[in-house]
Design a protein around this ligand. Structure first.
Ligand SMILES: [Zn+2]
Length: 414
């Protein structure tokens, strides 16, 4: 695993006057809801909330005499929103590189069986810390190991907890969903809904129970259309998933629906605006429009998909169809680390997103996917949000300087 930077304290802990407004000023400010601001600032009220954002000179006119805190060669932006992580896996041994998707998944399952509760607990704690030092304010976490949700702490990034549901047997669907819903997160984590693992590990009855239970509150997350093997199984009931993933197992996957996973989720009525589809790499003709028409939300994990060799999501098509998109790291065992900034960069390099859209996806759009648009992902007036400061790197224009910025110089101010 590549070492991630430690979060530094603010370089200058100046004593600030009690009360009154103060202006944070930087060459670049990204609000999460407007175009990039040059020579911008964030005006903080005496209650610590954001009073306004904009050009620094205009803000100073609004608050003449306000003390100014300068962040030279830096960008101010909202903390990043990681829409998909498996924190509990952060302390497990690295999976070797020479395996395909099914081989990788089999190894993860084996490592999870070998791991102790203390390993998962350590993974949660280390994972949150890695996310926090990488500038993430929100992490949507999938928790599968029993009781691991008690390990979320009270400090650091906000965790959106989603218990993982795996249910192969239709007769156990109601109980499995009840058990998932009964899990309570510790620390300052909030409950985000249920994570139904995937169409090859969750039967129709369990998806339906989930959708019913979550129709008013919470979101139904699921990995969907991630690998060619998943699509092959859903379409034909054959391939590496039944033969190798379940090959030596005493249990069988749920019956193959004979449909592409997206078509199947739609047919059974769970492809709706409370559904969050994670991955969406293997989309066929018409799927982008179907996802858009159902107003389902999508989380893209470009580096995980690349590392597992499953392909690249049709992200620009999803964007053009106005699908609500966020970015996720997925697990450290697939992405190699938990650095969401690298997903933002990959959205530009691999998907062809504009730099601005990639930053939106990593902040305010991600918050919207998680239903947190009123609380996170933007420097909106009225919020008591922490503000992320990243030191700009080298480059011939402002976007190159932003994208070459170093996580080593990333810290929060508020
Ligand atoms: Zn995942």
């Amino acid at each position: 695993m590549e070492a991630q930077p430690r979060l530094r304290r603010r370089p200058e802990q100046k004593k600030r006057p009690r009360g009154g407004m103060r202006l944070l000023r930087a060459p670049l400010v990204f609000t999460g809801f407007s175009p990039l601001i040059e020579n911008g600032g964030v005006l903080l009220g005496d209650d610590g909330r954001i009073a306004s954002v904009g050009a620094a000179k205009d803000l100073l006119k609004d608050a003449p005499g306000a003390p100014v805190e300068d962040f030279p060669d830096s960008i101010l932006l909202p903390p990043l929103v990681n829409c998909h992580a498996h924190l509990e896996l952060a302390a497990l041994p690295k999976i070797r590189d020479d395996v395909d998707f099914t081989g990788w998944l089999g190894e993860v399952v084996a490592e999870k069986k070998r791991a102790s509760p203390a390993d998962f607990e350590r993974g949660i704690k280390e994972g949150i810390e890695l996310c926090r030092v990488g500038g993430q304010g929100v992490i949507a976490d999938v928790a599968s190991a029993t009781g691991v949700e008690k390990s979320y702490g009270k400090s650091g990034a906000r965790v959106v907890f989603t218990p993982e549901l795996i249910c192969l047997d239709p007769s156990g669907a109601a109980k499995a969903v009840e058990n998932a819903l009964g899990r309570k997160a510790g620390g300052n984590a909030s409950w985000g809904g249920v994570f139904a693992h995937a169409p090859y590990t969750v039967c129709e009855e369990a998806y339906l129970e989930c959708a019913k239970a979550l129709r008013r509150e919470g979101l139904l997350f699921t990995h969907a259309a991630e690998s060619p093997e998943e699509v092959e199984y859903c379409l034909t009931g054959k391939g590496a998933i039944p033969e190798r993933l379940f090959g030596n197992s005493p249990v069988n996957p749920p019956p193959s629906p004979g449909l592409h996973p997206i078509d199947w989720l739609d047919k059974i009525g769970v492809l709706g605006n409370r559904t969050v589809l994670v991955h969406c790499v293997q989309l066929g003709k018409g799927h982008v429009n179907l996802i858009a028409a159902r107003r389902a939300r999508v989380v893209l994990c470009p580096r995980s998909n690349k590392n597992l060799g499953v392909g690249s999501a049709p992200a620009l098509e999803l964007l053009r169809a106005r699908v609500n998109i966020g970015l996720g790291t997925d697990s450290i065992l697939s992405a190699g680390d938990l650095d969401l900034w690298k997903e933002v960069t990959a959205a530009v390099d691999d998907y062809g997103f504009s730099p601005e859209d990639a930053l939106f996806a990593g902040t305010s759009w991600g918050a919207r996917v998680l239903g947190l648009e009123g609380e996170s992902g933007s420097l909106s007036p009225g919020r008591r949000a922490a503000i992320l400061v990243r030191k700009l790197g080298e480059g011939k224009d402002r976007w190159e300087r932003i994208f070459s910025s170093s996580g080593e110089n990333c810290f929060y101010v508020n």
